[in-house]
Structures are given as structure tokens and as C-alpha cells.
Write a protein of this length. Structure first.
Length: 424
């Protein structure tokens, strides 16, 4: 008889296996729910962002409140505050008496310009002056002689007048005694009247002649004075043919060769006054409106710093820069030399309580009007307004608050996206 497998079979209870399967299914569902919950914010951010950028390529900073100092730091070049260039006063042949690098003193002759035409003009004007002086002296003597002659005429008329009066007195006395006729007396009265008229006209003519002669003498005197001025002016031009140093210093450069022919106003040489130095610097055009004469500056030379102030600002912009000068507030360093390079920091503005953020490429790339504020791993485009800037900080005028975290690196990777996902 063949046996079946019933003796090998074992009856199993299905309930425990079903419970285990149920637990496994519920556990899988719970794990999936947890994964969805964890991934959901990232998915939400990903779906809401216009662009995704690797955060390792970016720099971030937090907006803070504190003391803000707006400044600009540039490289400057040491130059002499006084370095006049001397020019030829007129055309001629120049003879230099110094070389570049020679030490000179004030009023020392440096060069002589030979101008024969100017020397001839001086001699002509001197001769004209001598001629006018002779004419003036002659007119003065003639005026004296004419006044003396006129005075003689007046005196003779007065003598005639006095004689006519005495003659009339005698005839009046004789007429009363009956010794002369009335006709003779009347004739003597007519003679007296004629003498009085002659005397009055002689006095008047003498006065008018004196005024006329005085005017002529004054005119000749003015001619002499005018010619003296002409001679003095030509003499001054002749004196300027000897070019002298206006300051104590050294000869910086000589622009002409020995015995060279030069035109009027041609540069001859430059004298450098080494007693006063200034720093010439080129400031970026963006700071031009903030610069002002008198602003404090800090000059770094070697390991020391020296106080200074802005003394001049060029009114024009060249190659995107504005040229200015800074002078030492006190004595300059003793070992300072012309054309040396130094660093200059100019303080533009200072505020005790300002909203500020670290300066970065975002200021230039966004024009100071755009910033990307970080919110939960997403950078949002935010319009802002900036105020003054410094080497390290930017003042925030509008658009951000204290504690906001923004991107301070270049905004070019963001394009014009409104929201950008920052990947870790």
C-alpha cells in the first residue's frame, strides 16, 4: 500500500503572517509620507524659483546698523606745490646759464634772451623822451618870457594911466582958475578914459596869455610823462630778457638748446620748489560730486600716516577720472621725494547711526538699485536705494532692514530673475 504525504504536512495559522504584512505596508506608507513631507518644501522652492545658482559661488552679508564712514582710497604721486615754468618774453636767441638739476636761488639769472629789435626800440624811445623833454623846457622858458613881456605891457599901460590922471588933475585946477579952456580940459578927460581902457585890456590879455602858456607847458609836460611810461615799459621788457628764478629750488628741466632761436612765450625751463610738496591723485568719476576742497585726508607714507586736506579739484573729467591735489596739514616727511607713490584716503562723509552692509560686486553690477534678499534658501530680487559708499561698506537708504541677509557678490549669474534658488 502506497503512503501519501499527509504525515509530513503541518497545519499553519495564517493570522501572524497577515499581521506582519500589514505592519510592513503601514511602515512603508509612513516612510513615504515622511519623505514627501521632507522633500515638499524643497520642491515648493524649486517650483517657485526662476533660476537655480550654486551657493558656493556666492558671497553673503547681513545688513547691520552702526557708524558709517564714507571714504575713497587712491594712489597719488608726490609733486612740488610750486613748480613754475619760465617762458621766453619775446622772440630771440636764448643763452642758458644753468643745467637741469642745478640748485638756484630766488632772482638768480637762469637764461638770457638776445633781442636786438627790442634793444633798438628802447634806444628810440629814450631818444624820443629826450626830444620831448627839450620841447617841454623850451616851452617853459618861452612861457616865462611871454609872461614877462605881457607884464611889461601891463606896467606901461599903468604908467600911462597914472600920467593921464595927473594931467587931468592939473587941467581941472587950471580951468577953475581960468587959465585953460574947457576944451583942453575935456581933451585930457578923454585921454584918461583911453588910458584906463588900455590898462584894463592889457591886464586881461596878460591873464589870458598866461593861461594859454600854462596849458601849453602842461601839455608838453604830459607828453614827457607819457613817453616816460613808454620807456619804462620797454625797459621792463628788456629787463625780462634776463630770465630769473621766481623761487628757491632746483632746475627741473631745460626745454631749449644753447643759443637756440625761440619764439615769444616758448617754454625755456622749469624750476621746482622742493620746500612744499603736494599729492596729485586721480579719483574715479563716481566720487567727483562728493569731493570738496577742504575735505580731510590721510596720507600713508611708509609705516606712518600724515594728516592732510584737499586743496584743489579739477573741473573736468579725463578718462573717467578727476584730478585733485592733497596738501600735508603739517610738515611733510623729510625724506619725501618728488614723483614718489603714496596712498591717500579721503573722508567723504561720516554718520554715527546708519544702515549698512559690506561692499561687494553687487553694488556695481546692480547699479546700487538692486539686491537679492535671502528668504528660506531663495534669493528674491528687491529694489533698494543706496546712499554714500566707502571702501568696505555701502549705506542702505531704502529697501532693506536691519538683519536682512543679501547676496553681495556679482549679480550677473542671476540675470533679471525675480527669485533664485540657492543650492547648497
Amino acid at each position: 500500500m502506497i503512503r501519501d504525504t499527509s504525515a509530513q504536512d503541518v497545519v499553519l495559522d495564517p493570522a501572524p503572517a497577515q499581521k506582519r504584512r500589514r505592519r510592513l505596508v503601514l511602515g512603508g506608507i509612513a516612510a513615504a509620507a515622511l519623505c514627501v513631507a521632507a522633500v515638499s518644501p524643497a520642491l515648493t522652492r524649486w517650483s517657485s524659483a526662476d533660476l537655480s545658482v550654486d551657493g558656493r559661488q556666492l558671497r553673503f552679508a547681513t545688513v547691520t546698523r552702526g557708524r558709517f564712514v564714507s571714504d575713497v582710497s587712491v594712489q597719488g604721486q608726490v609733486v612740488a606745490a610750486v613748480s613754475p615754468t619760465l617762458y621766453a618774453p619775446t622772440s630771440g636767441t636764448v643763452t642758458t646759464q644753468v643745467n637741469a638739476g642745478d640748485t638756484v636761488s630766488r632772482d638768480q639769472p637762469l637764461a638770457v634772451v638776445d633781442a636786438p629789435d627790442l634793444l633798438s626800440e628802447l634806444e628810440r624811445e629814450r631818444a624820443t623822451l629826450a626830444s620831448l623833454q627839450s620841447v617841454h623846457e623850451r616851452r617853459r622858458i618861452e612861457a616865462k618870457a611871454a609872461n614877462a613881456s605881457n607884464q611889461q605891457t601891463v606896467d606901461l599901460a599903468l604908467v600911462t594911466l597914472n600920467a593921464a590922471r595927473r594931467e587931468l588933475d592939473r587941467y581941472r585946477d587950471a580951468f577953475q582958475r581960468g587959465l585953460v579952456s574947457q576944451q583942453d580940459r575935456d581933451r585930457r578927460e578923454d585921454q584918461l578914459a583911453e588910458a584906463e581902457v588900455r590898462h584894463a585890456h592889457a591886464v586881461q590879455d596878460a591873464r589870458m596869455q598866461a593861461e594859454k602858456l600854462s596849458f601849453e607847458v602842461r601839455t608838453s609836460e604830459l607828453d614827457v610823462e607819457r613817453q616816460r611810461g613808454v620807456v619804462a615799459n620797454v625797459q621792463r621788457r628788456v629787463d625780462e630778457l634776463t630770465v630769473r628764478s621766481p623761487v628757491n629750488g632746483i632746475v627741473g628741466s631745460v626745454a631749449v638748446q644753447q643759443r637756440a632761436a625761440v619764439d615769444a612765450s616758448a617754454p625755456l625751463l622749469t624750476v621746482v620748489d622742493l620746500s612744499v610738496f603736494e599729492i596729485e591723485l586721480a579719483v574715479p568719476e563716481s566720487y567727483a560730486d562728493d569731493l570738496a576742497i577742504g575735505m580731510p585726508a590721510e596720507i600713508s607714507y611708509g609705516s606712518a600716516k600724515y594728516a592732510g586736506s584737499v586743496t584743489s579739484i579739477s573741473p573736468e573729467v579725463r578718462n573717467g577720472q578727476v584730478v585733485g591735489r592733497v596738501r600735508f596739514a603739517q610738515d611733510a616727511p623729510a625724506d619725501l621725494r618728488q614723483n614718489q607713490r603714496v596712498s591717500v584716503r579721503i573722508v567723504l562723509d561720516e554718520k554715527a547711526d546708519a544702515l549698512l552692509v559690506d561692499r561687494g560686486a553687487f553694488y556695481e553690477s546692480g547699479g546700487g538699485r538692486i539686491a537679492y534678499r535671502i528668504e528660506g534658501g531663495v534669493a528674491r530680487r528687491t529694489p533698494i536705494a543706496t546712499g554714500a559708499t566707502s571702501i568696505a561698506s555701502v549705506e542702505i537708504a531704502q529697501g532693506l532692514r536691519e538683519g536682512d541677509r543679501i547676496v553681495i557678490s556679482s549679480l550677473e549669474p542671476f540675470g533679471r530673475a525675480e527669485t533664485v534658488l540657492i543650492r547648497n
